[in-house]
Write a protein that binds this ligand. Structure first.
Ligand code: HEC
Ligand code: HEC
Length: 268
């Protein structure tokens, strides 16, 4: 019988957390190469850094096979490497969303570690990062406040947890010169991702305004956008919207995410 922690970790990593959206190598068509999953190497280049995603498979040399559980958790929730291995103690570039993973409940952190230890080790040497500016993560209010599982009987609260650990609002909030505005621009969209090709993609407004946002959409329409990448008007959504991962969301989790999104104050 499968270990329930590994099963939960598999679900989290491959659905809501979409770790592979950044950490899995892709082929020329942009499809994830399944037998190299989570072995890193995707390069992200911004004015602040040029980094390749780390190999987070258990390969002892090029991955995280020699890290302790506590070291893996620290990288996840504080964004700091262990005091051994590659680049000892060096903070991870802000693109690794530790400011959101900070919200992870202890049992979910354990499950993620258990799952990462269970995946196939892949040897894949990653080039060293180049940091051009001090590392800066914007505090995400819900992650700073943390979550108490006893409040999860309220679907919108449970949904807020999932949206936090899914770092949805990192992409979907107002953003300027590398700084996210979670206080007055939560869910407003507008951030441009250049790498999507064809002149890039502008992130959509998912706050609850009835015209600028998704407030006028039905639950089914929101669910279809999240899990199938099809917008309200039938348009196919571009990456980096991670719908291929969210396709695996359980029905109750998806319903709670939608319940939370309906509570995000409307913004034009
Ligand atoms: C938005 C992209 C992105 C997402 C999503 C993401 N990561 Fe990362 N992660 C990175 C990048 C980039 C680095 C390397 C940063 C650097 O070198 O400064 C990194 C580094 C790491 C490291 C440090 C490993 C090492 O050898 O230095 C671990 C562990 C890690 N990520 C685990 C995860 C897990 C588990 C998830 C899902 C819960 C995840 N990451 C989601 C981009 C991402
Ligand atoms: C890595 C960045 C990123 C993350 C993380 C992300 N999204 Fe998106 N999302 C986008 C982009 C970019 C678009 C617009 C794509 C397009 O217009 O082609 C989008 C579009 C959408 C849409 C469709 C809106 C419309 O008007 O068509 C919804 C709904 C949505 N995202 C919800 C979510 C939810 C919920 C999460 C978290 C579970 C999430 N997104 C995580 C980047 C992201």
């Amino acid at each position: 019988m499968a270990d329930p922690a590994v099963e939960r970790g598999d679900y989290l990593v491959n659905a809501i957390l979409a770790c592979g959206n950044c950490h899995s190598p892709r082929d020329a068509n942009g499809e994830i190469i399944k037998d190299k999953a989570l072995s890193g190497g995707r390069v992200f280049s911004t004015p602040a850094f040029v980094v390749a995603t780390s190999n987070i498979t258990p390969d002892p040399e090029t991955g995280i096979g020699r890290w302790s559980d506590a070291e893996i958790k620290r990288a996840l929730i504080e964004g700091i490497r262990p005091e051994h291995h590659r680049l000892p103690g060096v903070p991870l570039a802000a693109i690794m969303p530790a400011n959101f993973y900070k919200a992870l409940l202890p049992e979910d952190l354990d499950a993620i570690v258990a799952y990462l230890r269970s995946v196939k080790p892949v040897r894949n040497e990653i080039s060293d990062p180049v940091y051009k500016a001090p590392i800066h993560r914007d505090p995400y209010p819900d992650a700073e406040n943390g979550f108490d599982k006893s409040t999860f009987t309220d679907p919108a609260k449970r949904g807020a947890y999932l949206v936090t650990i899914g770092h949805c609002m990192e992409c979907h909030s107002a953003w300027s010169r590398g700084v996210s505005d979670f206080k007055t621009g939560l869910g407003r969209g507008g951030r441009v991702f250049a790498e999507a090709g064809n002149g890039g993609v502008t992130v959509a407004n998912i706050a609850s305004d009835r015209t600028a946002g998704i407030g006028g959409w039905t639950d089914q329409e929101i669910a279809r956008a999240i899990t199938q990448g099809i917008s309200h008007d039938g348009r196919k959504l571009k990456p980096p919207m991670a719908y291929t991962f969210y396709a695996g969301l359980k029905a109750d989790d998806l319903a709670d995410i939608i319940a939370y999104l309906r509570t995000v104050p409307p913004l034009q």
